[in-house]
Design a protein around this ligand. Structure first.
Ligand code: NAD
Length: 241
């Protein structure tokens, strides 16, 4: 299926490895021009080379997306390089595991910054450019913990449900404006990435490339009436609705 987004411009954050990288490659496969951000310069250069093989115009930018100033810098760099911003995939590394009752204020604040506020800042910085174009697609990469809390991921459970509440309300705001912009969440279950290896995950794992294709569909022309949705991509692992 042609997703109808060839020639659009996407910003994919935390895209040097894992699910972000897979999403950048899926979008590029649809002919989308891509700006990829990440912290690790060597991984970013490998992504640049992979995107070059697909043959789309692409660029990378090193930086910590959880720095409160970085979302504005990233959006400005994307506009300077490509002239527009049509698609935002807001992603950041996940918080460390742990029990709820063991979390300090500092740990909670770090998780809320990385996995809630960073996405909010990225959306806020992107919206003016999507509004002026009358079209936009936003997808936040979060976690199945939006639907079903994990006993070992208290920080993820907390921050991602907060982002879900903000995203749902933002979707309603954007629909009320007839903005042509949608905002959704893709919520991964276990996928074989470095993050999953760090967490010691085992058992059946999803292919990051399939996850990237799901995000690309949420950013497609055809997904224009999917707004405020949290799409779980977990192979059936989660039992919550
Ligand atoms: P990953 O650790 O494999 O890759 C994350 C990438 O983002 C890396 O390239 C890393 O360098 C980059 N990154 C991390 N923090 C960054 C920052 N502050 N600024 C810029 N770049 C940064 O992780 P992943 O498995 O691809 O997971 C992506 C997101 O999805 C995370 O939030 C994770 O918690 C969540 N998630 C993943 C899974 C899974 O099974 N992989 C399951 C549930 C949720």
């Amino acid at each position: 299926m042609d997703l109808g987004i060839a020639g659009k411009v996407a910003l994919v954050t935390a895209g040097s490895r894992g699910l972000g990288r897979a999403t950048a490659l899926a979008l590029a496969g649809e002919g989308v021009r891509v700006m990829v951000s990440g912290r690790d310069v060597d991984s970013l250069e490998r992504v640049r080379a992979d995107l070059g093989l697909i043959g789309v115009d692409a660029d990378v930018r090193a930086g910590d997306v959880t720095d409160p100033e970085e979302p504005a810098r990233l959006v400005a760099a994307t506009l300077e390089r490509f002239g527009s911003l049509d698609i935002l995939v807001a992603n950041a590394g996940g918080p460390p595991p742990g029990r709820a009752v063991d979390q300090s204020d500092e740990a909670l604040e770090l998780a809320l910054n990385a996995n809630l506020l960073t996405s909010v800042r990225l959306v806020r910085e992107s919206l003016p450019h999507m509004r002026s174009a009358g079209w936009g697609r936003i997808c936040c990469i979060t976690s199945y913990t939006v639907k079903q809390a994990s006993p070992v991921l208290a920080l993820s459970n907390t921050a991602r449900v907060g982002l879900w509440g903000w995203m749902k309300t933002a979707a309603h705001d954007l629909a009320a404006e007839s903005s042509g912009i949608t905002v959704n969440m893709a919520c991964p279950g276990p996928h074989s990435t470095d993050r999953m290896k760090e967490l010691g995950g085992s058992g059946v794992m999803g292919d990051p490339a399939d996850f990237g294709s799901t995000v690309a569909f949420l950013c497609s022309q055809q997904a224009g009436f999917i707004n405020g949705a949290s799409i779980v991509v977990d192979g059936g692992a989660t039992l919550a609705l």
